[in-house]
Write a protein that binds this ligand. Structure first.
Ligand SMILES: *[C@@H]1O[C@H](CO)[C@@H](O)[C@H](O)[C@H]1NC(C)=O
Length: 321
């Protein structure tokens, strides 16, 4: 009997059902926590330009201001109507880096199911008849929903266009979710990987890759030396190397350089001048000789024209002009 219980528990862990992941929605309507069941709070903006998921890394949400800084920058300065959903897996991330890395798959499974439920719930044609919305918009909504349900390829609502923003191990969680979902109806339009965290070789299959979403942008800020938090390899459609990808101006520690990744992303909502130049090679990037076309770093547009390696030089302080 005990063996059976252990077996069931192991299966449940494998499917990510026991991992503690919490979802909090922030948008112009306020803040509300979302149950994992896929029930949609009234505050959710179905017609938002996109729904952006913020995914923290090790050791959780409590030690950095990643959520707060990025969420506020997006909601206050991006001039776009978006849903920001914070994915809090602190309980599964906090024990040790190894434990946190081992939990990435379960967290990704949990998030993938959450996104599918959100999609299913909102595209459910019977749903509009039971909502409390005004009757005029209900009529419009059900017409659109019917037509798209038939084609089944594109999200009905722009709020179902998903952008995953992952910091540290959260970048790989985003990658795992993206690759898993992109085989189905619910797809990830963009992933922003903020100094993706180092992985042991046996977990390297879980690394963020360019095929994890339609558009994958990576910002590298702490990649040099055995104690660096991030990975210097190219991983996205576009890889930005801030000040060469290490030794950030004004920083005297790896953790400062690591956090610079999300600080730059937050600053990109405020500072449209943050842009890099295309590089022909990594050595050109390292030598600071990039003369290619310029590309704006960060932002929340769902696709960009650039491709390849970019170098960006920044100043030492927010917003890093
Ligand atoms: C970065 O700054 C250096 C020194 O000012 C300059 O030579 C280089 O072209 C800059 N690189 C980019 C990508 O702007």
């Amino acid at each position: 009997m005990l063996k059976f219980i252990i077996f069931v528990a192991a299966v449940a862990v494998c499917y990510g059902q026991t991992v503690d992941v919490r979802y909090t929605l922030h948008n112009k309507n306020g803040i509300v926590s979302m149950p994992g069941s896929g029930a949609i709070p009234n505050q959710f903006e179905e017609d938002a330009q996109s729904t952006i998921f913020l995914i923290h890394g090790y050791p959780g949400n409590t030690v950095t201001n990643f959520f707060q800084l990025v969420r506020n920058a997006i909601l206050e300065h991006s001039n776009q109507n978006v849903n920001v959903i914070e994915v809090d897996w602190t309980r599964a991330a906090g024990d040790s880096y190894t434990q946190a890395s081992n939990n990435m798959q379960s967290v990704a499974n949990n998030l993938g199911v959450f996104m599918q439920q959100l999609y299913t719930e909102i595209t459910n044609p019977t749903r509009t008849t039971t909502t409390t919305k005004t009757s005029t918009s209900t009529t419009e909504t059900s017409t659109t929903e019917t037509s798209t349900t038939e084609t089944g390829t594109q999200p009905v609502k722009s709020g179902l266009t998903f952008h995953l923003v992952g910091f540290d191990l959260g970048a790989h969680v985003a990658g795992i979710v993206g690759r898993k979902l992109n085989r189905g109806v619910v797809r990830v339009a963009r992933i922003t990987g903020l100094n993706p965290g180092r992985l042991r070789s046996q977990l390297s299959m879980q690394r963020l890759t360019a095929n994890s979403a339609s558009y994958v942008e990576v910002i590298h800020t702490d990649t040099l030396g055995v104690l660096a938090n991030g990975i210097g390899d190219r991983m996205g459609d576009v890889d930005f190397y801030a000040n060469g990808g290490n030794n950030q101006p004004g920083c005297y520690s790896h953790s400062c350089c690591h956090d610079r990744a999300f600080e730059l992303f937050a600053a990109s909502m405020i500072n449209p001048l943050l842009s890099g130049r295309g590089c022909n090679s990594m050595s050109q990037m390292n030598l600071n000789l990039c003369r290619g076309s310029s590309l704006r770093l960060g932002g929340i547009e769902l696709s960009k024209d650039g491709n390849g390696i970019y170098r960006i030089n920044t100043s030492r302080r927010f917003p890093f002009y």
